[in-house]
Design a protein around this ligand. Sequence first.
Ligand SMILES: C[S@@+](CC[C@H](N)C(=O)[O-])C[C@H]1O[C@@H](n2cnc3c(N)ncnc32)[C@H](O)[C@@H]1O
Length: 272
Amino acid sequence: MKVYFVGAGPGAPDLITLRGARLLGDVRMVLYAGSLVPTEMLRHCRHDAEMIDTAQLDLEQQQACYERAQAQDIDVVRLHSGDPAIYGATAEQMRRLDALGIAYEVVPGVSSFTAAASAVTAELTKPEVSQTVILTRVSGRASAVPELESIARLAAHQATMCIFLSGPHLKKIVADLRLHYPDSTPVTLVYRATWPDQRVYQGTLATVLEETRRGAWNLTTMMLVGAALDKGAQVESSLYSKDFTHLFRVVKKNKDKPEPAEISATVHEVRS
Ligand SMILES: C[S@@+](CC[C@H](N)C(=O)[O-])C[C@H]1O[C@@H](n2cnc3c(N)ncnc32)[C@H](O)[C@@H]1O
């Protein structure tokens, strides 16, 4: 018997991994976070699977489900929105599984921050603009953020920031970001990325509060901030430059014969 923590992705049922979908089709018990995982995702499940929405359950009740599956010796999928490693509250479940002697495995998923970037076809990292992506949130009722990681402190880096669970705190977040980022910094809000009712706002730190209706972005919203979101940023990576060589590509002077001396011994960042 095993528990599989599976990333469901941001919402669209075809954004789960092949491995995740296969496991959903195999197991006889599925626990899923009903507030963030759409029911259409459950179409990947076998018809006789027991499907349990964890939105109504506390940790002890979820543990009771795992114990029941253990007694029946059946595998379980615990479906988490996006990727289970990010704000998934998986660690406390794993501690309990350890105590019960139940094995588990994690199957990654498409996180909502990349889904939000895809909604506006943004590249979050641009040479000389920002090469760093900060995934963060503000303190909520359930989880406190360490002071060293406050938005005001992180903003000092002026990196690309992806702010989870941010909607209800928009005013304070914008004020803290403006301590360091210029007012012209692009801001994107994506509500329910990849769901049929996805909504997108694109503006700047100076305009976002005026141009968005209060409360309209409270739930399931990803906030992206940073100069890299500016489509006008013109600096290009050398990676695909015709003069740039790396281990997997050599410049051919003679079209039939690559010159070995041109093969750089250094492996630079290589994208597939
Ligand atoms: C508890 S966290 C789970 C994050 C998830 N593990 C992930 O990797 O995306 C919930 C927050 O993730 C963000 N989120 C999850 N799904 C989203 C989506 N489809 N569109 C926009 N934001 C989403 C929102 O900020 C939401 O408040």
